[in-house]
Design a protein around this ligand. Structure first.
Ligand code: NAD
Length: 281
């Protein structure tokens, strides 16, 4: 495993598992399988409605909580709720979160950030981040927040490598968690010729080549999967290294296109998307 040093002195594993779109029983099984394989980074969110299942998988695994890097995200409807973080902790069955995000640039996100800063000072949260935020809002936070953010979480993959944003992150020592690291499983991305060729050369799968490219680009990855073989493969990318020339070749597949485009105006609808987080099994 390789680790990323955060700008507050903490460190985080660069490869984990995400549980977006997984039903509670699927999330529990996937996280358990991943933890058994040695994966130590887990990414969930209030809105995934599977935080309780993630908490159960951690308990069942028998892995010490301190060995796990647990990431979750506050949904915009709770940005003004003083109890939101305590309730998140309760659902996850833990007394701290390693990295907490504001999930969307919607609703009263400034108040949401203050809630996270308070929890950070209380030791309930060890690092802060924002997800899907436009650079303008991110800069406002970087310039004004008492506790500076450590991380962004944004869509990133070889078709959309986030080149511009990464310049800003470099200046501030912030890291990038890449969602849709495999293009959400898009076959045309995974089957790009360059990945097939490098997969043959290194005795890896195309997906493993893409994930290795991410890590060597400094991105943290947490691909989603219900398939135990894929979960294992996605973690088995630390025994080979792509050359500078190969990294440059992969850079050529950049199309500067995202799979998911939401403007800040569109994201505002999330502020009205009420979810009953505590109803999940
Ligand atoms: P992904 O790019 O990780 O692709 C997942 C899909 O790829 C799976 O459905 C699976 O079919 C396939 N796959 C996984 N491993 C594979 C392998 N080894 N070989 C071939 N195919 C494989 O997309 P994702 O799961 O949607 O995103 C990853 C994580 O990002 C999510 O689970 C979630 O935690 C996070 N996420 C965050 C946001 C956000 O707004 N912050 C948005 C979307 C996703």
């Amino acid at each position: 495993m390789e680790y990323l040093a955060l700008n507050n002195g903490n460190k985080m594993p660069m490869d984990g598992i995400g549980v977006f779109l997984l039903k509670p029983e699927e999330a529990e099984a996937s996280v358990l399988s991943a933890l058994n394989d040695g994966v130590r980074l887990i990414d969930t969110a209030n809105a995934y409605m599977n935080e309780k299942a993630v908490g159960r998988a951690i308990r069942r695994s028998g892995v010490n909580r301190e060995e796990i890097f647990l990431v979750t995200k506050l949904w915009p409807t709770v940005y003004e709720d003083e109890n939101a973080i305590d309730e998140t902790l309760k659902r996850l069955d833990t007394d701290y979160i390693d990295l907490l995000f504001l999930h969307q640039p919607a609703g009263n996100w400034r108040k949401g950030y203050e809630l996270m800063e308070r929890a950070y000072k209380e030791g309930k949260v060890k690092a802060l981040g924002v997800s899907n935020f436009p650079e303008e809002y991110l800069k406002e936070i970087i310039d004004n927040a008492e506790i500076k953010p450590q991380m962004v979480q944004v869509e990133a993959h070889p078709y959309y490598p986030q080149t511009e944003l990464k310049k800003l992150l470099k200046e501030t020592g912030m890291g990038l968690m890449a969602w849709y690291p495999l293009g959400h499983g898009d076959k045309s991305l995974i089957n790009e010729k360059v990945f097939t060729r490098l997969a043959k050369k290194y005795g890896k799968t195309n997906a493993q080549i893409i994930l290795r490219w991410h890590v060597q680009s400094g991105n943290i990855i947490f691909p989603g999967s219900k398939n135990p073989a894929h979960i294992r493969d996605n973690f088995n990318i630390f025994d080979f290294e792509l050359s500078d020339e190969e990294m440059a070749e992969i850079a050529k597949v950049n199309k500067n296109v995202r799979y998911y485009n939401a403007t800040v105006e569109e994201a505002q609808r999330y502020a009205h998307m009420e979810l009953d987080f505590n109803s999940q099994p």
